[in-house]
Design a binder for this molecule. Sequence first.
Ligand code: TRP
Length: 658
Amino acid sequence: MAEGYPEAEAKPKAKKPRPLPPPPPPALATASLLVRGAAARVLGLSPGPCGGELQPIWVTEPGCSKITMSFEGTSREPFPKEDAHNALLIALEAETNRLAAGGRIAVFEMDKADAEKKYGEDIYEPKSQRPDRLRLAHLPGAALVEIPNNWSLCASTSDCGKIEFLAREVEAGSKKKPDTMIMAKKKQVFVKFSVGNPDAPAADIGGEMPSEDEAKALTDKSVRVEVLGVDVKDEAKEEPASKAAKSVTEEVKAEGEMVVDPWSVKGKIDYEKLIRDFGSTKISDDLLERIRKITVGSGRVSDLHCWLRRNIFFSHRELDAICALQEKGKPFYLYTGRGPSSAAMHLGHLLPFMFTQWLQKAFDVPLVIQMTDDEKFLWKGEYDPEKGDNLHVYKRFTIENAKDIIACGFDKKKTFIFSDLEYVGHMYPNIVRVWKAITYNTARGAFGFVGESNIGQSAFPAVQAVPSFPSSFNVPFKGDQHLPCLIPCAIDQDPYFRVTRDIAHKLVPKDHPLKGKPSLIHCKFFPPLTGAEGKMAASDENSAIFLTDTPEDIEKKITKYAFSGGRQTAKEQREKGADLDADVSYQWLRFFLDDDAELQKIEEQYGSGQGEDYWSAGQVKKKLIEVLKQMVKKHQEIRASITDEEVAEWMKVRELDF
Ligand code: TRP
């Protein structure tokens, strides 16, 4: 089709007046004004000129046209994704038809200078080459725009009949784009539409010019139609700074739906969908075998970690490339981190570190651990007029959390833990590079920053990005600029590293084996005690087991709060078995019971309600209590022996041993 319609591209430079393209049939020309008028109201776009971006597909598809609109300068931002796009398109279509119901059109000419003075610049595209006299169309309540000289319109907006937005069916996996869509990245809206009455006659329209006030109302992009559930801007208006940077998706999702971003994890998580949405790759059985050969094959570990065996670490980016390097005997380093938001860590916080400890042992590689005390202050810090702010509190949390992390059993000679507040100078050149490489549009798209976000929040992603580059650790890595990086993390951290990967080549020498891109291995969330949705939160005491909990606390919390997938009565349980997906005790055992045979027994017996050892919820809870008591006790013993001085040694800028 005529996608490359030359007039649409021949924009400002040409000196000569451009030849006019064939005019659209009056019904389509009229409809295009309506769509633009509606877009101004629903999407907050400038109505702009109507000629240049209307594609003449009526030549092959009678009654149809396609219009491309730019949302440069839109008042509705940030633009949401997917479902919300649809909601906006539906609203746009409805508004188009609402405007179409019976308005009379006026077409008149004016001297450019006069028109500009009276109606402002929004009536035409500022860059377009303007004739001295403008031909303007006025649709009351919808639009006042310049139209090409050779266009004819219908006398009434209703003449063109019902306007329908057309969406080409696009097969899954196809590279084709649907015809009607909002492309936030390219900042465009494409609408393919048809009119109900393609043969509506043209009218030789005269008519009244709008008053200045009427025209102003039309070009005022802040006059917007409410679209239920997608009025992003308005919702964000009164946000306190701590909450301001939340994801675009979050704002448009209904209760109970999945939300995953660095600030919130909610709803029932569909991990397959996350892989699709994020564009990461599922860890395949082949890849697991490859990892097994390298790690178990070396004799450093006896088996793959059970979180790999059980798909708890389930997704990756270029982990295969790290394997390929390992197979050639080439080293890499691990990078992970923690936002020290409180002194008390819970089990969920420890997962990435327990796994990272295994990775370090299995691959025998150096590791850097970032403590983002800066991040937590920027998002959660407080200012008190009497006492000042509480930045120092996050510095203290760093030390306390570092003790819990160290207790996971890392190799001290190969591990460097650092606080952003202290180490930032070493990373600063790279931070500046990342700042320069990432536009604010990209950052807003990935992190949902809004006007109320503080400027530190906007700057922070660079701080989390730079430990992905070996030159941020010149001392620990002895100047090695080529060491590739693998990041184990929960999947909600992926947005940071997606953005990092896009600009990574700018921060490493040309012959870096992965062009600077960090590899990633993602884990699922650890479910809260109170239900297998979302993730465990420190803010809800009963939803979490803390590393400081006593054996009695553990027993009480699990007995009382662990959400059970077992049935109401013993009889029903025997008959139907438990709902294992919903049963938190079973889900937690998948994390912490290393013994596959025992876990399988629980699965079979509890899941079916048959069997002796584990047929009931009570028995499964008992098992979990036993496992956790032991684990937490061991952790507490090790942690008790870690002093502030010991932490200082791990955090000293020094050469690592590798
Ligand atoms: N932002 C993370 C948090 O809030 C901390 C973090 C920093 C991190 N760098 C990381 C987590 C790298 C995983 C990997 O906890």
